[in-house]
Ligand binder design. Sequence first.
Ligand SMILES: NC(=O)c1ccc[n+]([C@@H]2O[C@H](COP(=O)([O-])OP(=O)(O)OC[C@H]3O[C@@H](n4cnc5c(N)ncnc54)[C@H](OP(=O)(O)O)[C@@H]3O)[C@@H](O)[C@H]2O)c1
Length: 331
Amino acid sequence: MSYVPAPDRYSKIPYRRCGNSGLVLPAISLGLWQNFGHVDLRSTYEKILYTAFDLGITHFDLANNYGPPPGSAESNFGDILQKGFGAYRDEMIISTKAGFTMWEGPYGDWGSKKYLVASLNQSLKRMQLDYVDIFYHHRPDPNTPLEETMTTLDLMVRQGKALYVGISNYPAALAQKAIDMLKQMGTPCLIHQPKYSMFVRTPEEGLLDVLGKNQVGCIAFSPLAQGLLTDKYLKGIPEQSRASRHPSLNPSQITPKMIGVIGKLNELAKARGQKLAEMAVAWLLRDERVTSVLIGASKEQHVLDAYNALNNTQFTGAELEEIDRILAEMN
Ligand SMILES: NC(=O)c1ccc[n+]([C@@H]2O[C@H](COP(=O)([O-])OP(=O)(O)OC[C@H]3O[C@@H](n4cnc5c(N)ncnc54)[C@H](OP(=O)(O)O)[C@@H]3O)[C@@H](O)[C@H]2O)c1
């Protein structure tokens, strides 16, 4: 597919400064966790990437293990870059991560220097890149000293293999320690990537305060709770949906009580003139500490829905209270 980007792509989406760094990120970023693997249809995911880029979505988020099979999202993305999209490399922020199981044996997981260095080298090869813009430690490792993991992130930047570093899934107190260590080394922590949505509000229990206080960026992943915060499951579990295809969303989670809550949120979104997916993205962006909302998409329309959230990111106090009241029904 020969691709020419939309000439007006930089007048479409707001960019937010990532903490106190020099980097800005689009309010919406695109993640390649699912739907970009060898099991997926290239024409579909290529269209998703181009649709995003045409809207000014410059940030693409990957990890060593994205696929399936693990690694295939990076190699598919690398191939698309090679076939023309890479002409716009300097307009893109490409991130990858390591921290979950990637290869067999004791050196293919967690947070040792051995694992992280080898993994970033592999990621660069798969994506056919000289460097990534952001490298993340993907999850805390209870057995590796934090100093070892953080010095490795610092090393990657000094080697020029990553421009910036970040952490993901770190709880507030550990994030503060990591931020302090990186600062001392002269490689500031650019960004934290937590799971955050109307259904998962853990970052509100201290993490957002830590990030705000230290002026570190925040990119919220699974903002739609993997598709639950849309109208998709209101009438059952469609074939080809994540709940029917992927173990990360267990259909047993989708209880009648949850459907009741989603239905009420859907009505509230309609009253705001939005789809529920749009309202879920807008709800995250109302907090200025959230630099970007990191969506997933199995079709082009999903990117457009997230983008349309930007038409209305204001909430009245009464709407926010109503959302909290509806969400409390889950307990
Ligand atoms: N750091 C970490 O540990 C971590 C973990 C998870 C994810 N992430 C990052 O976050 C990114 C996003 O995660 P996610 O895919 O879970 O995000 P999400 O936006 O919560 O869920 C995306 C899924 O929801 C469905 N969907 C999206 N828009 C829709 C719409 N408008 N209407 C109906 N359904 C819609 C699609 O699933 P269907 O397949 O059902 O169509 C889509 O694949 C990942 O790609 C990855 O980059 C990071």
